[in-house]
Design a binder for this molecule. Structure first.
Ligand code: 1CP
Length: 345
């Protein structure tokens, strides 16, 4: 019997039209119910580590919009915390972490086996969701890809061009590569535990892949993603993996084969027509509406969304944004997007 989960069908290579839809950061500050639950939790990290409330905010956009995929509510920075770094959020600014800038800091991190102690509430969130989600909704687990996670661990915060991570790569390659290896191993264990708890596919977010060039892109974005994907598929045969190497540009070509991922998520830096011709030939793609449309709405949103669905309609496509929905997005525009895509024939 074919699955009623359209997202899983597309990830397995089937063409489904109109395509399944979900949005990066679909649970978040643009939703009043999210802001209320976060208030109840106290702060962002307390929300991430409270399984009942984290499951609640994951379900909120599913109830409101009926997306085809539900992404676990958590954050990519929980892994650094589980490895022993301090993590906190400064209101209006973003995350702060204690840093890894040399061999001593790397040696002081916890071993991979220790991560579950911190991360077990996340697995409980996944268990609640796999019980409570509608049967047609696919549960997506996720983690940051090693390069992106490393950029935060090295800089101690988000940085516009990831300079501190590039500097460590040049000045102390052994520490840099040791850190990437540790994150890679931890991510395999973390995602594997999410799958054991009920995640039906997983996504790796390499949000800062675009700042790596040439050989560094292959060595530090592609190769860790390939290792994680291979290890997960060995343990969980048939598990679909989505890889998002944001900013890859023309290096999206061939990325299915180079990473082993089932689906490549593309950002709005490449056109949908280009991605259909050059990336979708390798397998399913996800993307790539510019998030600004969710703020602006109107005919611009309708036209751009239709054009993207048309561009990708010849092959397997998961409709999504090119990056996360922003806090100033209007929830009514999300309704408009879903109506537009679901009315297509
Ligand atoms: O104030 C708040 O409520 C916190 C805002 C917020 C939210 C809603 C953060 C802080 N993280 C999240 C949730 C989150 N983060 C999800 C949950 C599920 C969903 O998509 O609905 C996911 C998948 C992430 C992933 C994430 N966190 C990424 C990768 C994707 C991307 O957007 O590029 C990154 C880079 C982070 C780090 C992070 N966490 C939060 C912020 C503000 C940031 C970016 C920090 C920076 O670089 O300055």
């Amino acid at each position: 019997m074919p699955s009623d989960k359209t997202l899983l069908r597309v990830l397995s290579g089937e063409r489904v039209f109109p395509p399944p839809v979900w949005l990066m950061r679909q649970a978040g500050r643009y939703l009043p119910e999210y802001r209320a639950t976060r208030e109840t939790a106290g702060d962002f990290l307390s929300l991430c580590y409270n399984p009942e409330l984290a499951a609640e905010v994951t379900l909120q956009p599913i109830r409101r919009f009926g997306f085809d995929g539900a992404i676990l509510f958590a954050d990519i920075l929980l892994v650094p915390q589980a490895l022993g770094l301090d993590l906190w959020f400064v209101k209006g600014e973003g995350p702060r972490l204690s840093t890894v800038t040399g061999p001593g800091d790397l040696a002081a991190l916890k071993g991979v086996d220790a991560i579950h102690e911190t991360l077990s509430p996340v697995y409980e969130t996944v268990r609640i969701l796999s019980r409570d989600l509608p049967s047609e909704t696919t549960l997506i687990g996720f983690a940051g890809a090693p390069w992106t996670v490393a950029t935060y661990m090295i800089a101690g915060r988000g940085t516009p061009a990831q300079e501190p991570a590039h500097a460590l790569m040049q000045q102390d390659r052994e520490t840099f590569e040791g850190l990437l290896d540790l994150i890679t191993e931890a991510t395999i264990e973390y995602l594997s535990a999410q799958v054991d708890a009920g995640a039906e596919c997983v996504k790796l977010f390499d949000s800062w892949a675009g700042s790596l060039d040439g050989d560094a892109f292959e060595a530090y974005s592609v190769e860790p993603i390939r290792r994680i994907t291979a290890a997960l598929k060995a343990r969980h045969p048939g598990l679909p993996v989505i890889a998002f190497a944001r900013g890859a540009g023309e290096r999206y070509i061939g990325l299915h084969a180079r990473t082993g991922a089932d689906c490549i998520a593309v950002d709005q830096g490449v056109s949908a027509d280009w991605a259909a011709a050059n990336v979708q030939v390798g397998g399913p793609v996800q993307g790539n509406l510019a998030p600004e449309h969710m703020v602006q709405g109107g005919e611009g949103l309708v036209d751009a969304a239709r054009a993207i669905a048309e561009s990708f309609r010849g092959g397997p496509h998961v409709f999504n944004l090119g990056h996360g929905i922003t806090p100033d997005a209007d929830p009514d525009n999300v309704h408009l997007l879903l109506e537009t895509i679901r009315a297509m024939r």
